[in-house]
Design a protein around this ligand. Structure first.
Ligand SMILES: *Cc1c(COP(=O)(O)O)cnc(C)c1O
Length: 475
């Protein structure tokens, strides 16, 4: 009769496992340290298992060998996976902050890789051979697109606002309407950013109404700037009044006080041309005469994470000298991605087609319907153990942009026979390439708007795998 001692003695030695042919092969694909970690962990688990065996179970205990090798191989591949990796977004939320906001255009791949994997012109002026500035690369394209005098790019729009206020209004008052004290995703709140910048918040008006005279009455010799924040992630409806940027600029000029606008989700495109609601464009803010304007690179613009600051050269020059600029400075990959994305905007039709955010936003309902129907047909053809439906629904822009906009779309609903909807959602989320879905009306919903053409087969394979259907097997 075996006892625990003899079971422990049977556990293979780490060196023996390392010498197995399969493990030797494994180590050609996966670093030895990773494999070793996984072996140790598995052996530790077996030890634990044995030590917890009751007398009765000792008899029946089988050392998991050689199946242990398979488990080690599986675990090693799992452990070696990138933590940050691609997912499939079937939620229909185009700018999904948790899924990385804007998806970059395939068109800019070469531009970004070339700069990332080589030395680059980041800070050298090739004409003179002297030290250059990393900001020149995007300044020209931004000023050309927006009509602004000058531009600067930092890590994100939160940093942009902080830098702007710290440069232009430190130890001074900044006048803001009470209806515009925005919070964006918990950590960015206008009053708190203001405090960090060293500027003092001077709230005026009420939540629903602020008049020009509210600003004017609040102006003193301590006023450093007038700030307008675009409430991009909420709307105040009903009995409301807001001062336009133009009116604010008029007031600023009269008192020689600069006017700053934080547009948040900045766009160069008038979306009303594409059947969407109108969002203020960056060019309009420049035309209205704002001294400084800030917006995000990875919201409606569809570029990399960045905070873009544009406006009067005299203020931008001051910002370039602010030590915060160094702390907020962007990497060469961001600059390359931003420059390449912005260049696509020189032709608006190209931008709509080639920048995924814009393409997904402006996609025609007939195209979405066709894709959904094709996908539905494909799903039916493999006979999965589930009910499948095809219905109309709404997609969202997300990322705190255009909160009230509902884009008509088509969704596939999946109701599994053998497992719960929650279990299906979890299994897809934990699939090799995670598939992010949403549950609505007790069904799993796949919105085709945010699915790329080359992802349908992947979703199909995933559904087959997680519902336990082998290829070629009908249910
Ligand atoms: C999104 C947003 C921000 C923050 O921008 P990030 O690029 O996410 O840092 C600031 N202000 C407004 C109005 C916004 O909509």
């Amino acid at each position: 009769m075996p006892d625990k001692k003899s079971l422990f003695a049977q556990i293979p030695k780490i060196d023996d496992i390392l010498n197995e042919k399969q493990i030797q092969e494994l180590m050609m694909a996966i670093p030895r340290v990773v494999v070793l970690d996984v072996i140790r962990k598995n052996i530790e688990d077996i030890r634990k298992e044995i030590s917890q065996l009751s007398e009765v179970n000792i008899d029946q205990y089988q050392l998991p060998y050689p199946s242990l090798l398979e488990k080690i191989i599986h675990d090693a591949y799992e452990k070696n996976k990138m933590s940050l990796r691609k997912v499939v977004n079937t939620t229909g939320v185009i700018l999904h902050t948790n899924l990385g906001r804007a998806v970059l255009s395939e068109e800019i791949r070469e531009a970004v890789w070339s700069v990332a994997c080589n030395y680059s012109t980041l800070e050298i002026d090739v004409k003179t051979g002297k030290r250059g500035s990393r900001y020149v690369h995007i300044e020209e394209v931004i000023t050309k697109l927006t009509g602004a005098e000058s531009a600067l790019v930092v890590n994100n729009n939160a940093a942009a606002v902080l830098l702007v206020l710290s440069t232009m209004a430190k130890n001074k008052e900044v006048i803001v309407s009470r209806g515009q004290l925005v919070e964006i995703g918990g950590s960015f709140r206008v009053p708190e950013v203001m405090e960090q910048s060293g500027a003092f918040l001077r709230e005026v008006g009420s939540t629903n109404k602020t008049h020009l005279f509210d600003y004017e009455r609040a102006i003193t010799e301590d006023t450093g700037a007038l700030l307008k924040v675009h409430t991009s992630n909420y709307k105040i409806l009903g009995f409301t009044e807001e001062v336009t940027l133009k009116e604010l600029v008029g007031l600023g000029r009269k008192h020689s006080i600069p006017v700053i606008e934080d547009i948040g989700s900045g766009t160069f495109i008038d979306f009303s041309k594409y059947g969407l609601v109108k969002e203020p464009t960056v060019q309009e803010s420049v035309d209205a005469g704002a001294d400084i304007i800030t917006f995000s690179g990875d919201k409606l613009l569809g570029g990399p994470q960045a905070g873009i600051i544009i406006g009067k050269k005299k203020y931008i020059d001051l910002m370039k000298k602010n030590p915060l600029t160094r702390a907020f400075r962007v990497d060469k990959m961001t600059l390359a991605a931003l420059e390449a994305t912005l260049k696509i905007y020189f032709d608006e039709q190209e931008a709509i087609r080639k920048i995924p955010t814009l393409d997904m936003m402006t996609r025609k309902i007939e195209d979405i319907e066709r894709k959904a129907k094709d996908f539905n047909k494909l799903l039916m053809s493999i006979e999965l153990p589930c009910n499948i439906s095809l219905t109309q629904d709404y997609s969202q822009i997300g990322g705190g942009s255009m909160p009230l906009v509902e884009l008509p779309t088509w969704v596939i609903g999946i109701y599994p026979n053998d497992i719960s909807v929650n279990e299906l959602e979890k299994r897809l989320r934990e699939y090799q390439t995670p598939i992010i879905t949403r549950i609505q009306d007790e069904q799993l919903m796949l919105d085709v708007r945010t699915i790329k053409d080359n992802e349908y087969t992947l979703i199909l394979d995933a559904l087959r795998t997680v519902m336990g259907v082998k290829k070629g097997e009908s249910h």
